[in-house]
Ligand binder design. Structure first.
Ligand code: FAD
Length: 322
């Protein structure tokens, strides 16, 4: 093991996505800024809302994915490219995959999410995602195959008709001039659940215009190397439908990605329970952001209000850490 020499006042931030990076940059602008250590296994930050433009070559990868070194060095943030495997809240240390041990006075866990396959067989093995530069590259190759080589197998199945799945279906259809068969599977009875009625209607029209086949109330049961097996929630007695695919993209959900914490903490549905200040219950120096946390609402506090905007939680980081 290789302990990293840190002052006892070091603020360690695990995960440099939107949450962790914004927190690190916000702290770095304070007058008496602490020693800030930001840890993430990736070399580059990815501005996810522009991944679609990267796919269609309207933007270049250097425009949407700057290196962490370029983002942090002038701000005086110590960036460690590594993955945290465990946190010890008693000793106030985190341990990384490469064997580093980093001590902290305050810790911010902002490790985001990973694919939620709901334990459906075959999903983690065969389904792709659309969240990294590599995912864009793989989908780009599939699109090139259709456009350039006019490949015979043109079936793209997207599971999950939330905003990501819908936008992706429209983008791929446009890029292949409708040559591709796009199937969108959704377990809900509407697309883009949570969006306004007006937006859902527009999205449905756009999907229809492009010939995207949308199957609502359809739940995936199993995925094999070239076929998705799903059943209709409406008619449980009906036999499974089989959807053949050349490429399968899973946009049906994510779950928190949390390093091991000792002593063990209380969780509910995979989420760590925090107080109204986003602090880990029982540990004054650990703060959690976004996906990892679950705030148990009581009659005095409203969890949605708590997380209403970035501004609010950044303010909370500031209030808490200083
Ligand atoms: C294609 C696409 C388009 C999107 N468009 C929008 C949009 O228009 N508007 C919007 O609001 N949201 C959008 N989102 C969602 C947005 O990207 C997420 O809400 C946001 O990334 C969440 O930020 P985060 O910091 O919580 O997690 P993440 O951005 O997922 O960051 C978590 C970071 O933690 C790191 N990490 C994980 N485990 C460890 C570990 N053990 N040790 C160290 N580091 C670790 C990961 O490498 C990652 O960099 C989009 C997402 C996608 C995929």
């Amino acid at each position: 093991m290789c302990p990293i020499k840190t002052n006892n006042d070091a603020v360690v931030i695990i995960g440099a996505g939107f949450g962790g990076l914004s927190a690190a940059l916000t702290l770095s602008h304070q007058k008496d800024k602490p020693n800030i250590i930001l840890i993430d296994p990736k070399e580059k930050f990815v501005f996810t809302p522009l991944l679609y433009e990267l796919l269609s070559h309207e933007m270049m990868s250097w425009e949407i994915a700057p290196t962490y070194v370029s983002l942090t060095q002038d701000a005086g943030i110590n960036f460690i490219q590594d993955s945290v495997i465990s946190i010890n809240t008693q000793d106030k240390i985190v341990q990384t995959k490469q064997g580093k041990v980093v001590s902290y006075s305050k810790l911010l866990i902002s490790t985001g999410s990973k694919i939620n396959d709901f334990d459906i067989p075959g999903v983690s093995e065969f389904a792709s995602q659309f969240k990294s530069l590599n995912d864009v590259k793989n989908l780009g190759s599939f699109i090139d195959e259709i456009n350039i080589r006019d490949s015979e197998n043109k079936d793209l199945v997207i599971v999950g008709a939330g905003s990501s799945g819908v936008e992706l279906a429209c983008k791929v259809s446009d890029m292949t001039s409708g040559k591709i068969n796009i199937i969108l599977l959704e377990s809900n009875d509407i697309i883009m659940n949570g969006s306004k009625f007006f937006n859902r209607e527009i999205a449905l029209k756009e999907l229809k215009k492009r010939g995207v086949k949308v199957y609502l109330k359809t739940e995936v049961k199993e995925v094999k190397s070239d076929v998705v097996s799903a059943f209709s929630i409406q008619d449980l007695n009906s036999s499974h439908s089989l959807f053949k695919y050349k490429m399968l993209i899973w946009t049906a959900g994510v779950k928190p990605e949390i390093p091991e914490i000792t002593p063990q903490v209380n969780t509910e549905r995979g989420r760590i329970i925090v107080d109204q200040y986003l602090k880990l219950i029982g540990s004054e120096s650990v703060l959690l952001l976004e996906m990892c946390l679950l705030y148990k609402a009581n009659r005095y506090h409203n969890p949605h209000k708590l997380l209403l905007s970035k501004a609010i939680w950044l303010q909370r980081i500031f209030i808490y850490l200083f």
